[in-house]
Write a new protein. Sequence first.
Length: 138
Amino acid sequence: MLVTVITCFYNEEAFLSEAVSSVLEQEYLDWELILVDDGSIDWEGQPIGAVTSAQGKARAALLFGLPTKEVQDAMAAGKPVSAMITSPAAGAWEITIGQGGLPILKDGKVVAAIGCGGSLPANDEKFAQAGINAMGSK
């Protein structure tokens, strides 16, 4: 039986990671998590950039065909990244090279990507992987 956890929040950036982690740590595996942000303005009065960050990570994972953490690590080490770069969709120019973006593969080919932002980078990647896992279970 699928359990749906809906978390609504407004200006709770300091506690959101802990709330999501509590769901991830459950032993029951048949769940989905829906986060509803009611227009938070947490970071020094600025709107949360999580959506933009998540979109940029998904674009980067799609373009490079690699988890964005791998691209980030290669850049930090000054190593080249071997990947087939594809053209982004019109109007989708921002890419974010930071942990939290994962390519979605089908038959060994990149068919889509998912990105999460707004939490700690390692958590963003866990959330993205949870999304991929949820798609594979249906």
